[in-house]
Design a protein around this ligand. Structure first.
Ligand SMILES: Cc1ncc(COP(=O)(O)O)c(C=O)c1O
Length: 463
């Protein structure tokens, strides 16, 4: 590996105007050659990463508060993860757990069983992406229960393959012209405490939101004895960084128990220490029947896992598999990642997350555009509104803040129609977080005062 030229990560460093000359050339080629379906919020062209820093192809160094969409949990290229990958790559790149055995499959399954948020014994099915884990969960739910219906939530994001997309209900462009999707999926409301009806008490509102399933769906649309599963994000991610209230999750558990339905908790984004616990569902004390894990599990290598109570995974040989799922190199990265999260990163996520929440607690009162700040650990959402009383969404202003922060060297991503997400690597320091928050605050003030001219990225900006 070439020696890193990265400076100690105590601030972003912008050396060229953005995008720089090399970045511009690559973006032009990308425009010509790569699928136009990708959504790029700003013209970052990454070259290498270390810790929370991403260096672009022109030598500019950014603080990455997106972690490659909540993936690089241990930071970019953590030396222990890189060493584990290098060693495994020299020994065995691939053999396919579909047809052969190798010890990495059982080693990681045993580790996941130790941290799973429901009582064991467990079984694990491996895939390569979050969507694949969800596909597996949907298929297994139908297979095990011999029932067809699956309930998912408004605002949910579970991936883009046809089965997962049938559950996804976050942005209409994600579904446009792809139908008909997998039949048997019904969407119901997900609680949003910030936007609950005026005068309602949070816990009652959360419980009532779950009860809609029994009070309405099971009376009008879905016979409960034909419902295989309820699929829920314990902390809604792409839909707007909304933690599920405990009373809501408890109520879902009650409904599932009453009707013999499986509770599938999608921890693809919220799992692996991001919220300060291994899995976001643990904050509620509710035990799921299955969980899906991906993103942060292997610090950037493609890997996903479907973890279930053992008796549920009763499908016969040939029912479901994947050539690459559980690749030994990805598993080596996962085992190193789990060690780092357990040793220090999860505790750090808790501490730095609390620090960020304390620092931003008065933003809804103090800053224009900020309606709500919410989150757990290093999964924090800032919701933008044009009017704090009507709570009218300020999606365009949120986009401007994300762009302006990029121009100042900090990488954020939006989520939902009008929320900005903070999802840095779990090893971020308080100092780095403070610096990013200083910049973010300035950007919000600038956009809020109307002092921001949106760049067309043909222009050069920054530096
Ligand atoms: C909660 C959740 N589930 C599933 C997915 C799909 O994961 P992937 O993009 O790896 O298929 C995502 C991706 O953002 C996600 O956030």
């Amino acid at each position: 590996m070439p020696p890193s030229t990265l400076a100690p990560a105590d601030s972003p460093i912008l050396r060229t105007k953005l995008p720089g000359p090399i970045a511009r050339r690559i973006i032009a080629e990308d425009d010509r050659l790569v699928s136009p379906s990708y959504t790029r919020s700003y013209p970052l062209v990454a070259k290498r990463g270390h810790g929370i820093v991403i260096e672009d192809v022109d030598g500019n160094e950014f603080f990455d508060f997106s972690a490659g969409i909540a993936v690089t949990s241990t930071g970019h290229c953590h030396p222990e993860v890189v060493a584990a990958v290098q060693q495994q790559a020299g020994e065995l790149l691939h053999m396919s757990g579909t047809d052969f055995y190798y010890p990495q499959l059982t080693e990681l399954a045993a580790r996941l069983s130790q941290i799973a948020p429901m009582p064991g014994p467990h079984r694990v099915h491996y895939g390569n992406s979050g969507a694949e884990a969800i596909e597996g969960a949907m298929k297994l739910a139908r297979y095990h229960t011999k029932r067809q219906y699956i309930i998912a939530f408004h605002g949910a994001f579970h991936g883009r393959t046809m089965g997962a997309l049938s559950l996804t209900c976050s942005k209409v462009q994600q579904r446009r012209r792809f139908g008909p999707l997998v039949p048997g999926v019904v969407h119901v409301p997900y609680p949003n405490l910030y936007r609950r009806p005026a005068g309602t008490e949070p816990e009652q509102y959360a419980r009532d939101t779950a009860r809609y399933i029994e009070d309405w769906v099971f009376r009008t649309e879905v016979p409960p004895e034909e419902c295989a599963a309820i699929v829920v994000e314990a902390f809604q991610g792409e839909g707007g960084y909304l933690p599920a209230p405990t009373a809501f999750l408890q109520e879902l558990r009650r409904i599932c128990d009453k009707h013999g339905i499986l509770l599938i908790v999608d921890e693809v984004q919220s799992g692996m220490g991001r919220t300060g616990k291994w899995f976001a569902i643990e904050h509620s004390g509710v035990a799921p029947d299955m969980i899906t894990i991906a993103k942060g599990i292997a610090s950037g290598l493609p890997l996903s896992a479907l973890v279930t109570r053992a008796e549920i995974m009763d499908w016969l040989p040939g029912s479901h598999a994947s050539t690459f799922g559980g690749n030994p190199v990805a598993i080596a990265a996962a085992l190193a990642t789990i060690n780092i999260i357990e040793r220090e990163a999860m505790q750090n996520a808790r501490e730095v997350g609390e620090h960020i929440l304390a620092r931003t607690a008065d933003w809804p009162q103090r800053l224009p555009l900020v309606g709500d700040v919410r989150g757990r650990g290093l999964m924090i959402g800032i919701e933008f509104v044009t009017d704090k009383h009507t709570k009218a969404p300020a999606g365009e202003q949120r986009d401007h803040v994300v762009e302006l922060a990029f121009e100042r060297g900090i990488l954020f991503l939006g989520c939902g129609p009008n929320t900005l997400r903070l999802s840095p690597p779990l090893i971020v320091t308080k100092h780095q977080a403070d610096l990013a928050l200083d910049v973010l605050e300035e950007c919000i003030l600038n956009v809020g005062s109307g002092g921001y001219r949106r760049p067309t990225w043909g222009d050069e900006v920054g530096a």
